[in-house]
Design a protein around this ligand. Sequence first.
Ligand code: BES
Ligand code: MN
Ligand code: ZN
Length: 501
Amino acid sequence: MQYDLTDNITSNTPNGSAIFGVFSDKSTKELEKSLSSLDVAKIKETIKKSSFEGKINQSLCVYETSNKKLDKIYLIGLGEKNKYNEKKFLKSINSFSKICKTENIKNIYLGVSSFINDKFSIDWAIRNISIHINGIDYHYDKTKNKTKNKNNYKVSKLFFVFDSIKKNYKQDIKKYFSQGEAIANGIKLAKNLGDLPSNICTPTYLAKTATSLGKTNKNLNIKIHDEKEMKKMGMNCLLSVGNGSDEPSKLITINYSGGAKNEKPIVLVGKGITFDTGGISIKPSNGMDEMKYDMCGAASVIGTMKSISELNLKINVVAIVASAENMPSGSATNPGDVVTTMSGQTVEILNTDAEGRLVLCDALTYSLKFKPKHIIDVATLTGAVLVALGKVASGVLSNDEELTEKLKNSSNISHDYIWELPMWEEFQSELDSNFADIANIGKRYAGTITAACFLSRFTENYSWAHLDIAGTAWNEGANKGGTGRPVSLLTHFLLEHAKSL
Ligand code: BES
Ligand code: MN
Ligand code: ZN
């Protein structure tokens, strides 16, 4: 997307609308730096006549300004000045992005200084403005009538309006705006993969998506393992999940080598169940359609690879997607069946609906061959994480405190929230089995923790964290759709990692 800096809306720029933030004190001091006194007077008068109180989620439109370049001026409520913080800033840019879309504003003059204060840096603010503005045009239309559902709103140009442009602004804005753009592109890819129905988004489709992503950057290398090759590698546990489906399972590896040859990679592992019926332990039919989203872990790691390759980060990252469809049929795995994993450990599959961990365990074992610095798996793994953390935070469970701290730090920066659950050894005995080394389910309680305990058996000597995104990967109700989470968290984590090298 095009953008520029300006300290003068009357300069040689196209027509558009201006957007400023206003606190609940209704002070127009910030606006006065960029607008004529005539327009400021007009704004003051309009505020007076309106019910606008400068509250969060409030906005006001001022028409007919004296500035020929401005169609309209929008004011966005920022709430109380002394309570303004990162969260309120994010809410306000969410409001202004929505206004831009509903009002079809092509050229935006954004009064940046009116939205920022000393509680956060301008760099962070620019990156987040960029994530929002560049995300506006996400729109699902693959399976809709394209002439009827035309929605091609896109911002033409965004002008950052400063009262005075400091020397390093241009460089900084370029850097942070493009970070936001790359993150937005990763999020949009993840949302789209999530939203596609399972009759389109199959394991083969995910593999094709990875292959075409691979063509966009010379540092990307893609390898697709089919069932025959997986069988050879001993991935019986992963394969047992796809047994009941006509769709062939795939193991997708996206290798990004932007760093030094000898630098250990970060490995991201994504759960890619393109539809989860539960298998023979079949799920209730109510709301089962949402199980098309059971590949959102995979979508988020593919999206993250898109983001980091657009950013050309100088690090090594490998994404591994374990993809299968979980169906009941005559060839499906039965409860009580025992399979031998790639690691050699055997698993008693007591419940075929606990399939995510079955595909992940072999992918985790496979990931060790890359001698990773850290392994992070991402999965819509348990309904229990919704009970614990709702739709606000993803669960994080890890065997490495330092890695957890780094992820929490990235969560704070990105506002793509995670919350830690304990993984003490007291939970491990839940997985004891009379017929195999491990059972694939625990008992009634702490389902998110016992699922992570299962995974921990496959990463024992490595720094590993597990993100349970079953609550955060998609929205329900009127806003039903993929969220693209946790692409932002993961990309911020990798940006920080790149800085630390
Ligand atoms: N994909 C589901 C988890 C899920 C449930 C995600 C609801 C989003 C919303 C997973 O494969 C599953 O079925 N997990 C079971 C595990 C149980 C059988 C131990 C669950 O959470 O009920
Ligand atoms: Mn399941
Ligand atoms: Zn599942």
